[in-house]
Every structure is written in C-alpha cells, then in structure tokens.
Design a binder for this molecule. Structure first.
Ligand code: ADP
Ligand code: GLC
Length: 482
C-alpha cells in the first residue's frame, strides 16, 4: 500500500516519549514489508546536528494560516528503501529549544505551529506524486489533517483522496485552544459546532480527528475500551462511543533491532537468556554510575519516565519511602514536573546509599538502566500502551506494573497464569498496593528458580513490529476498500 504517516515526533529524529518510537518503528517496518511509506514531521533545531548530511530537496510550499501566508522548505531523507521522511523546515515554528514547551509551559503559538503542520501533511497527501492511499496521523498535533482531507474530499471534489487513519496515543493530550484559533484552519465555520471540532467553546484538535477520521486506532486493546468510558475518556468518551464501530486497539511493538541485549552500542557487555553475565556487569556499572554500593545481592529497581501525573509518580514516591527501609536500591532517569523532580532529588538525599536520581533526558542511559536493573517499576495511573515494560521484558528486567491500558495487555502476573507469567501486576491505584507489589518482587528475588522462570518468559516474549505492522495494514486495507 501507499501510506503517508504524519507525526510530530519520530525516532531517531525527534522524541519526547513513546510516540516517537512508535511512529519511527511503524514506518520502518511497513517499508520493510514492501509498502511505499512517507513520514511527514517537523524539522526541529536538533535534527541538523544529528543528521548533518540532510539536504534541501529544493521543494517548498506556501500555505495560508488564517490571514497569513506561511512558507516552508521540505527537506527529505531516504533512510531505507521505500521510506521517505519529509521534514517541514519552518524555523520560526520549529527551531526551538524543545518540541512543545519551555520550562513546563506550552509555547503560546502551539495552535499556529501544529495547525500549520497538519496543513502541510494534508498538502503532501494531495500533491505527492506517489499518491498515498492512506494518511495515518498521530495525536492531536496532526489531528486536523484528518479533517482537512475530509473537507477536500467531501466539499472540494478531491475524488482520489486517501482514507484517513488516526491513532490516539494519549487521550489526555487534546490540543485545546480558544475558538478564534479555528480561523487558522481557513475552513468553514460550520465545522465548529458540538458535533465537530468545538469542545466547551474552544477548538479541540483531537476531537476533530475522532469525528472526521475514517478509521481510529489506539495503542492497546484495553485502552480502546477504557477511553470510551467516563473514567478514562477525558471528556471525549461520548464522542468516541459514537465512533466505536471504527475504533480498534492494536498493541505497539518493540523495535528489536534497537532494543537488544547483544550488539547494542549502548550496552558494552552483551548478554542473552542463556548467558546472563553481561547483565550482572550492567548492574554493577549502573550502581557505580549512580553512586550506589556495587552489591549483587541488593535487588535493584528502576524507572525511566516523563515525570507527569499519568505515570503514578505520587504513589511511587510514597511506596518507595516505605520500602526503602528494607534491603533494596532504586534508580531513576526522568524529567518533567518540577515538583516531582525535586521530590525524587529529596528522596535520594535522604537515602544516599539506596537511591540514585538523574534528572534529564539520556537515550544511552535509558538502555543501560533497562539492562542493569532487576525490576522495572511502572505504576501508571493510566497507560495507553507503555513501551518500557516491553523493553524491560526483553532486557530480562521484571516489570512491576499497574493493571491498566497496555500494561495490562502485555504483562502476565503469576496469579493469572503460572506458566506464562512475566511480571508482577497490581490493581488499586494506591501506594499500599504498589508497596505490596514491590514486596512480592523482593520475595520473588529470593526465589531464584521462579525469578528465572519469569525472566526467561520475558526475554523470549515476542512483541515484534513485523506482526504489529501487519495488523495496521489489515485495518488500512479495510478502510481503503470501504
Ligand atoms: P510515554 O510515551 O507516555 O512517555 P512510553 O513508555 O510509551 O511512555 O515511552 C517512553 C519512551 O521515552 C521510552 O522509549 C523511554 O525510554 C523514553 N524516555 C522517557 N523518559 C526518558 C528520559 N528521561 N531519558 C531517555 N529516555 C526517556
Ligand atoms: C503515549 C502513551 C504511551 C504509549 C506511547 C506510544 O505517549 O502515553 O503509553 O506507549 O504513546 O504509543
């Protein structure tokens, strides 16, 4: 098939979270399966540093954004056969210190930046010579692209318009802006009503996509059910229920070319399910790097995360405070809300021989932390898919997760299936329930046979992208032939 993907972040070019991993891997594996794939994404300031050979394609575009005409250059890269990345080079919008916000505050022109980005995606869908059959947009930043294609198809006679698929990676982020920003779309105002893009008097980019996309997917089957309920819907559950006939949950995959324990440039000591010495060495290296005693016996827990409410940081902090009285160590790599950053730093100051904290973003360290820990903590309040629990499985690190969204779909607890168990799950959103799960981890650590059983199940589990990409193609085909 011919597929154009639109995503505001794409690994290895830009990333704040799992969206980047997902969009980058989906594009790569669709192309590997023989499809013609394009990815449209912003050209951010750090990209030319990492990819200095990237040149201008010589093409550019000029689009109206409300009353202003904005131009952008299109830079292209062909990282693999059948795969072209179309970078939108608009330095006023995208050459910034970070992708969406500074010092925890969203850029005040995010509506302009991402309405423009969505327009570029719709424009490419219409004008690329290879004529995409599917335009696959991700998250609110690309949400309006679905509406733009719908509009041109139904009101401007674009007979060969692609079918649109929209993937919800996180229903909590919706791209809400004041009503007047709808003018940036240059679309008729009759879309701006409660059955369209209007939401409590403002413009909602996620809602636009949910209402107008031909197909909606989200990143795990359980999250697909959750977001259609009031408890997880963030106000859009009713709109989703109306579109439930086109909503599908597909669990993300893992790019095992990158997340691997042997031949990985970030892991100096390779290991495998049959030979775990390299993992023991990774643990010692990690303990040293975090200034903790290099003890093989002390069970080492870890987390790599955005420090935001979604991730269950509040219950994690209190459960750790309680559990650190015992013999265990904990290491964190994360950044986000200043209050959480401070709270972890204080925890480390109170328990210097048991807790190590790195505030920041560090791709290499994220691999080393996954490899060096015995247990990975992911007590999310909600989790559309979650990737780190699946990375942990492959790295032989036992995940301890709350049973929500993709965490529930990917982790099997001993109480569910003794033979297939690969982690520890807890249910209540409370520090008590998490502390109890950590206690279970400590007991498991003392039972080497059972521990090895779970670890082997995890390391041999298969969440490969080949299979996941096929599921997307099945859905694309269904949509294309409707
Ligand atoms: P989310 O997208 O909600 O943040 P996921 O589990 O889907 O959660 O994906 C998070 C991705 O971002 C993983 O690849 C994880 O390793 C990475 N990540 C998060 N925080 C950091 C950090 N501080 N340093 C390096 N990588 C990080
Ligand atoms: C979002 C979700 C996360 C998911 C990722 C990739 O950031 O928070 O759960 O894994 O998207 O789909």
């Amino acid at each position: 098939m011919r597929i154009l993907i639109a995503s505001s972040e794409v690994h290895p070019y830009s990333k704040t979270g799992g969206l980047a991993d997902m969009a980058g891997a989906l594009a790569k594996y669709l192309a590997l399966a023989g499809h013609r794939v394009g990815v449209v994404t912003p050209f951010y300031a750090k990209i030319p540093e990492k990819f200095p050979t990237l040149r201008s394609s010589g093409s550019s575009l000029k689009l109206m954004l409300g009353s202003q005409e904005i131009s952008a250059e299109i830079r292209t890269l062909e990282p693999a056969e059948g795969l072209t990345i179309y970078f939108i080079h608009q330095p006023d919008f995208f050459f910034r210190a970070s992708l969406y916000q500074q010092d925890g505050i969203d850029y005040d022109d995010n509506a302009e930046r991402f309405v423009f980005f969505s327009k570029c995606a719709a424009h490419l869908a219409q004008h690329l010579d290879w004529k995409p059959e599917i335009m696959h947009a991700h998250d609110w930043q690309a949400g309006l692209a679905s509406l733009l294609v719908h509009h041109r198809r139904t009101r401007e006679g674009w007979g060969t318009a692609p079918k649109t698929c929209f993937t919800i990676h996180n229903q909590a982020y919706q791209g809400n802006f004041p009503a007047f920003k709808f003018g940036l779309t240059n679309l008729p105002w009759d879309y701006f009503n409660h059955r369209g893009v209007e939401f409590y008097g403002g413009m909602n980019c996620l809602k636009a996509a949910i209402v107008y996309a031909d197909l909606i997917t989200t990143v795990s089957p359980r999250y697909a059910r959750e977001i259609a309920t009031q408890a997880f819907g963030h106000g859009l559950d009713g709109v989703l229920r109306e579109r439930q006939n086109v909503l599908v949950g597909i669990l993300n995959g893992v790019d095992y070319d990158e997340w691997k324990t042997a031949g990985n440039p970030f892991l100096p000591h390779p290991y495998s399910v049959d030979s775990l010495d390299g993992k023991a060495q990774a643990k010692r290296d990690l303990q040293r790097q975090y200034g903790l005693p290099e003890s093989e016996q002390a069970p080492l827990f870890g987390t790599v995360t955005r420090l935001v409410d979604q991730k269950g940081i509040d219950i994690q902090l209190s459960a750790l405070e309680e559990m650190l009285a015992g013999d265990m160590q904990f290491v964190l790599l994360g950044s986000g809300d200043a209050q959480y950053e401070r709270a972890f730093q204080k925890l480390a100051a109170r328990h210097p021989s048991k807790v190590g904290v790195r505030i920041g973003y560090d791709h290499a360290l994220s691999h080393r932390l996954e490899a060096g820990c015995d247990f990975y903590l992911m007590p999310s309040r909600f989790e559309p898919c979650g990737l780190n629990q699946m990375y942990s499985l492959r790295y032989g690190t036992i995940p301890i997760v709350r049973a929500t969204g993709g965490l529930d779909d990917s982790i099997i607890d001993l109480t569910e299936d003794v033979d297939l168990a690969n982690g520890i799950k807890f249910y209540d959103y409370s520090s008590r329930a998490l502390a109890k799960a950590i206690r279970k981890g400590l007991a498991l650590y003392g039972n080497r046979e059972l521990f090895a059983h779970l670890r082997t199940n995890g390391m041999t589990a298969d969440f490969s992208w080949e299979r996941t990409a096929e599921r997307y193609v099945e859905q694309f085909q269904r949509a294309a032939h409707k």
